[in-house]
Design a binder for this molecule. Structure first.
Ligand code: FPP
Length: 263
């Protein structure tokens, strides 16, 4: 082990009382800081990603236990191809490593795997690992573990608009038929139905930007930024972020917290 188990254990003992009636249904996380964490431990960057993968397992279970319906994790962006080839290669192997060891736990916890992003552009072995996990967990009815892999928010919007433009071109719909609902239906999150838009977006490692993540879907999301690097993220930090979310008053542009006020 190359991380400090004891310190993490202590951090996890902090008790955070949550209102179980107000658990965010969809939590999206920008898992940042793997490289900085590794550097701080005098380890290569990929050690941060390896440790980050183990944290994904813990947080998946924690979110499922809390009653979260969808957990979306930004694992690889359309911009991450710019990283050194060895790092990209390592990241491409992670889904295989993750699912090889974790699918039995996913099944035991009734968790279903879903993926958003341009999966067809990933190496064949990565695609296979992902497709196998989706198939193996397809009948699970609990939380959806939604990986954003080779995902970019702007590209997603462009693809959605192109689909709609094709329908206009074929005469199936008129330009005036296009509305927000149609755009939502054209996003990669459409299959998540009423849970498509995150209630809470968390970014780790102290950075406060969106990095092209879920740009259409975060219109009314609450943002919580935490200082911990992703390899240091624990169930206790997750609960702290949810506590902050619960302390806020969501109005969706209206005057009350009622979602029907959304505009
Ligand atoms: C950002 O940290 C993290 C990534 C680009 C990769 C995220 C991947 C994981 C956490 C593991 C994913 C697990 C599975 C199962 C696919 P960074 O490298 O940008 O960190 P830095 O900003 O400190 O350099």
């Amino acid at each position: 082990m190359f991380f400090n188990d004891r310190r993490e254990e202590r951090a996890d003992k902090q008790v955070v009382e949550l209102d179980n009636q107000q658990i965010p249904q969809h939590i999206a996380i920008i898992m940042d800081g793997n490289g900085r964490w590794a550097k701080g431990q005098n380890l290569p960057r990929v050690a941060g990603h390896q440790r980050g993968m183990e944290v994904v397992k813990d947080i998946t279970k924690a979110a499922s236990d809390l009653g979260v319906k969808v957990l979306t994790l930004y694992a690889f962006s359309t911009e991450n191809w710019k990283r050194p080839e060895t790092e990209v290669g390592f990241l491409m192997k992670l889904p295989g490593k993750f699912f090889d060891t974790f699918v039995p736990d996913l099944i035991a916890n009734n968790i279903r795997v879903n993926v958003i992003g341009y999966v067809d552009q990933l190496p064949a072995s990565t695609q296979k690992a992902v497709q196998n996990a989706i198939a193996q967990t397809a009948n699970n009815t609990g939380m959806v573990l939604n990986f954003a892999l080779n995902y970019g928010g702007r590209a997603e919007i462009v693809s959605g608009v192109q689909q709609i433009a094709q329908r206009v071109l074929s005469g199936e719909i008129k330009p005036e038929d296009i509305d927000e609902n149609m755009l939502s239906q054209s996003m990669m999150t459409a299959s998540l139905n009423e849970y498509a838009d995150p209630d809470l977006l968390i970014r780790t490692s102290g950075e406060e930007r969106l990095s092209n993540f879920l740009l259409w879907q975060i219109a009314y999301s609450e943002f919580v930024f935490v200082d911990e690097h992703w390899p240091e993220f624990t169930a206790s930090v997750l609960k702290r972020a949810i506590k902050i979310y619960q302390s806020r008053h969501r109005r969706f542009g209206g005057l009350s917290e009622n979602k029907s006020d959304k505009k």
